[in-house]
Design a protein. Structure first.
Length: 439
C-alpha cells in the first residue's frame, strides 16, 4: 500500500459510515450480483511495480491467458496508490466501479463495513479451492475477525532494511544495524563519507502509518483500544511517532528533502547509490527495474529498539500485502469468481509474486524453490515471527488518513527546521483523533 488522498478519502469514508450503497461494475441494484455480461470483466490493479507501464507488461500476458482459457476479456486499469482508495470509495457510492479489484490488505475491514464487497464465506472459498490453501497470517488481514473475509490474499509482503553493501564498506561498517541506535551511529559514519543515510517517503500517508504502527508496537502501544476505539495519544503512540520523525528531526538520518517524497523517490535514490539504507516492502523487483543489481545490496530485518526481532515489542513490520476483492453487484459474478481462482492458482501465484518479489499467500506456491532466496528468507521469517496486522477495524482507513497526515505534517516541520517535540507530536495526534468518526 502507498499514498491516500487524505481529505477526499476521509470525506467519502465518513459518508459511508452513515449510509451503505451497493456497488460494482454491473447493473444489479440489490447487491447480489448477476451474470448479465458473462464475456467481460473490468479489473483495477494496484501499482506494484516501479511504474504503471511495468505493471501492464507483467499483467497483460496473464490476463490474455485467462481470456484464452475462459473466453472472458479482462479490461485492465492499473490505479496509482495515490488514487486507489478514493477511487474505490467513490465507486462504492456511485455504483460505477470494476468487477474485480486489488485492495491494500489494511483496508479490508473498512471496505467490508461498506457492504459493497462480496463476502468470502466457505461456499465462495470452495469455488477457488478452499480457505486452507492460504497461509493464516495473510488471512488475518482480510476483514474483521469473526466475519467472512472481504477479500482474498493475492500478494504477501513485509518490510525489510535494504542496505548498499559498498556504501557500508566505505564507511567501515561490517554488518547492517539491528537496532535504531546502531542505525543512528552508522548514519554518522555514512554522512562523513558524503552520502545520505536512510530513504523515506515523508509525504506518503500510508507509508507513514505503516512505519509508526511498527514503532508503536516496539513501544508496547497500539493506536486502538481492545474495544476498537481510537487511542492515538497514549505515551507509547506519541513516543513511536516522535522516534520515527526524529530520524529526520534529531538524528538527521532521513534527508530533509524526503519530507516531500511520496511516489517511490526513496527507492530511486537507493537504486542510484545516493542512500545507504531503505525501508521498503519487498523491493527487489522494483530495484532491478531501476538498474540495481542484486549483488549491490543486502537485505536485513528492520531494526528494533534492542536485541533482535521477534514477537511482542520486537515486532518489526506490519503484515503487508494486497488482497483481491469482488464488488457484490458485479454483472459477471461467475466470471469474477473464475478470475479470482485463476489469479490465486499455484501457477499464477508463482508468476506474479516472482515478478513483484513478493511472497505467495498460497501455501503450496510459497513452497516453490524460487521463493527460497536469501531475500525471501528475511521476508518470510519476518511474516512468520515478527510482523503484526494493522487493526482490522471499520475505521482503519480513516486512521491511515488521519495519522498518516499528522506524520506528514511533522516531517514538514522537521524539514523546515521547526522543533518536533513531544508536545507538538501529541497535539498533531490529538487533532488526528478528533477527525475520527464518532459512534
Amino acid at each position: 500500500m502507498r499514498t491516500i488522498r487524505a481529505a477526499a478519502a476521509g470525506a467519502v469514508v465518513m459518508s459511508l459510515a452513515l449510509a451503505v450503497t451497493a456497488c460494482g461494475g454491473g447493473s444489479s441494484t440489490d447487491g447480489s450480483g448477476s451474470d448479465d455480461s458473462p464475456k467481460e470483466l473490468t479489473y483495477w490493479a494496484s501499482n506494484q511495480g516501479a511504474s504503471i507501464e511495468i505493471d501492464k507488461k507483467v499483467l497483460r500476458p496473464e490476463l490474455d491467458k485467462f481470456e484464452k482459457e475462459t473466453g472472458i476479456k479482462v479490461k485492465l486499469e492499473v490505479v496509482p496508490w495515490s488514487d486507489l482508495l478514493n477511487r474505490i470509495l467513490t465507486a462504492t457510492t456511485s455504483g460505477q466501479g470494476p468487477d474485480v479489484l486489488n485492495i491494500g490488505n489494511t483496508w479490508s475491514a473498512s471496505l467490508q463495513a461498506t457492504g459493497g464487497l462480496l463476502p468470502w464465506d466457505d461456499a465462495n472459498f470452495a469455488k477457488i479451492g478452499g480457505r486452507d490453501r492460504f497461509v493464516e497470517s495473510a488471512l488475518g488481514s482480510t476483514g474483521t475477525q469473526g466475519k467472512a473475509p472481504a477479500a482474498v490474499p493475492l500478494y504477501s509482503m513485509a518490510y525489510a532494511l535494504y542496505y548498499n553493501k559498498q556504501l557500508l564498506a566505505d564507511a567501515g561498517i561490517s554488518r547492517p544495524p539491528a537496532t535504531w541506535d546502531q542505525l543512528a551511529a552508522d548514519g554518522k559514519k555514512i554522512q562523513a563519507k558524503g552520502k545520505q543515510v536512510l530513504g523515506a517517503e515523508g509525504a506518503n500517508v500510508s507509508e507513514n502509518v505503516h512505519h509508526v504502527f511498527t514503532f508503536a508496537k516496539q513501544h508496547g502501544a497500539d493506536f486502538f483500544t481492545t474495544e476498537g476505539k481510537p487511542d492515538f495519544t497514549s505515551d507509547g503512540a506519541v513516543s513511536a511517532v516522535k522516534q520515527y520523525v526524529d530520524l529526520m528531526a534529531k538524528d538527521k538520518a532521513i534527508p530533509q528533502g524526503n519530507a516531500e517524497y511520496g511516489q517511490n523517490q526513496s527507492v530511486s535514490d537507493f537504486a542510484k547509490g545516493k542512500t545507504a539504507f531503505l525501508l521498503w516492502q519487498s523491493a527487489s523487483a522494483n530495484l532491478k527495474s531501476q538498474g540495481m543489481d542484486e549483488d549491490q545490496y543486502g537485505i536485513a530485518p528492520v531494526p528494533v529498539r534492542s536485541g533482535t526481532p521477534g514477537a511482542g515489542t520486537q515486532v518489526n513490520s506490519m503484515v503487508a500485502g494486497i488482497n483481491l476483492a469482488v464488488f457484490k453487484n458485479t454483472d459477471n459474478l461467475v466470471g469474477a469468481t473464475k478470475f479470482v481462482k485463476f489469479m490465486t492458482s499455484d501457477e499464477e501465484q508463482k508468476i506474479l509474486n516472482k515478478a513483484y518479489s513478493s511472497i505467495p499467500p498460497v501455501a503450496s506456491a510459497q513452497a516453490d524453490p524460487a521463493f527460497n532466496t536469501p531475500a525471501n528468507a528475511v521476508l518470510k521469517d519476518t511474516l512468520a515471527k515478527s510482523a503484526a496486522a494493522l487493526p482490522q477495524v471499520p475505521d482503519e482507513s480513516q486512521f491511515e488518513t488521519a495519522v498518516g497526515t499528522a506524520v506528514k505534517e511533522l516531517f514538514a516541520d522537521a524539514a523546515a527546521g521547526r522543533a518536533v517535540t513531544t508536545e507538538s507530536v501529541k497535539a498533531r495526534l490529538e487533532k488526528a483523533q478528533q477527525q475520527m468518526p464518532t459512534k
